[in-house]
Design a binder for this molecule. Structure first.
Ligand code: 13P
Length: 288
C-alpha cells in the first residue's frame, strides 16, 4: 500500500470511537518493531518523527527510504502514515518535500494570529499533495527534543479558529504532559476536551503525552473525540530497560564484545510488546 495520509484512518477512528496510535521512531529496530506489530494486529498506525530523531536517523529522505523499504520488503499491508511530530514551519516544509505523508506544525508557541497564518500556508501546500496536517493549540507540557511546553489548557474558540483552516487533526492541550506525569498531576481536563469537541465537531482530536495516562482516562478521552494518541517515552523506557538487562547478563562478552544485532533484539521485542498493549487499549486492533 505504501505510505498514506492519516486522514482516512482518523476519520474512521473518530466515527468508530477508537484511536490510532502514533509511535515515535528513532532507528531501524523501532520502526520495524512498530510496523510488524501493526501488521500482526491488523491495525492502522502512524510513525512519528521528531525533528531531532529525523536528524539522528540521517535526514528526512533517509527516513522516508527506510520506512518505504520496510513496508515493501516486510509485506506491510495495513495503512501507515509517516508523520512529522512537533514540526517547525521550516521542518514541515522539508518533510513535505522529502515524501512524508503527514506533518504536524506546532505553532502553539506563536501568538494565535501568527499560528493561523503559518498553519494556513502549510494547509494549502498539504492539500495540493494529499498530505494530512496536524495543528496544535495550547502547548503540551513537559520537554520533548529540547522543546519545553508548560501544559496549558487550550482555548476552545482558538481551537475552532485553527480547525476551520482545514487541518486534518487538532492537538489541543488539556493538561497533558510529555514524559512521565508528576505525582501531583491533576489529570486530564475533560471539561476542556468536551468544550473543544463542541467547537470542532467531527475534527479528529489528538492526545499527546500518551505515556503514563491511566487506562480509564484514555478511554474517556476517546469517548470525547480523541482519535489519535501519541506515545514515545514508554517505548524508550521499555527499550532501555530490556537493553540494560541484556548487558547486565553479559551474554555476549566473549572477548569480541556485543553483537549489535543480538544486543538490540530484546529492545525490539520490548517495543513490540508496548505497542501491542497500546493498540489494544486504544481499540485499533482489527481496524485496518
Ligand atoms: P510521551 O513521550 O509522553 O509518550 O508523548 C509522546 C508525544 O506526545 C509525542 O508527540
Amino acid at each position: 500500500m505504501g505510505l498514506v495520509s492519516a486522514k482516512e484512518m482518523l476519520t474512521k477512528a473518530k466515527a468508530g470511537k477508537y484511536a490510532v496510535g502514533q509511535f515515535n521512531i528513532n532507528n531501524l529496530e523501532w520502526t520495524k518493531a512498530i510496523l510488524l506489530t501493526a501488521q500482526e494486529l491488523n491495525s492502522p498506525v502512524i510513525l512519528g518523527v521528531s525533528e531531532g530523531a529525523g536528524k539522528y536517523m540521517g535526514g528526512y529522505k533517509t527516513v522516508v527510504g527506510m520506512v518505504k523499504g520496510l513496508i515493501e520488503e516486510q509485506n506491510i499491508t495495513v495503512p501507515v502514515a509517516l508523520h512529522l511530530d512537533h514540526g517547525s514551519f521550516e521542518g514541515a516544509k522539508k518533510c513535505i518535500n522529502a515524501g512524508f505523508s503527514s506533518v504536524m506544525f506546532d505553532g502553539s508557541h506563536y501568538p494565535i494570529d501568527e499560528n493561523v497564518a503559518k498553519t494556513t500556508e502549510l494547509v494549502n501546500a498539504c492539500n495540493v499533495l494529499g498530505i494530512s496536517i496536524e495543528a496544535e493549540v495550547g502547548a503540551i507540557g513537559g520537554e520533548e527534543d529540547g522543546v519545553v511546553g508548560n501544559g496549558e489548557c487550550a482555548d476552545p474558540a482558538e481551537c475552532k479558529r485553527i480547525a476551520d483552516l482545514g487541518v486534518t487533526m487538532l492537538a489541543a492541550g488539556i493538561g497533558n504532559i510529555h514524559g512521565k506525569y508528576p505525582e501531583n498531576w491533576p489529570g486530564l481536563s475533560f471539561e476542556t476536551l468536551d468544550a473543544v469537541q463542541a467547537q470542532t465537531g467531527d475534527m479528529p482530536l489528538v492526545l499527546h503525552g500518551g505515556t503514563g495516562i491511566p487506562a480509564d482516562m484514555i478511554k474517556k478521552a476517546i469517548s470525547l473525540g480523541v482519535a489519535k494518541i501519541n506515545v514515545n517515552t514508554e517505548c524508550q523506557l521499555s527499550f532501555a530497560e530490556a537493553t540494560r538487562k541484556y548487558i547486565e547478563e553479559g551474554k555476549d562478552l566473549q572477548g569480541k564484545g556485543f553483537d549489535p544485532r543480538k544486543l538490540l533484539a530484546p529492545g525490539f521485542e520490548a517495543i513490540k510488546a508496548t505497542v501491542k498493549e497500546k493498540m489494544e487499549l486504544f481499540g485499533s486492533v482489527g481496524k485496518a
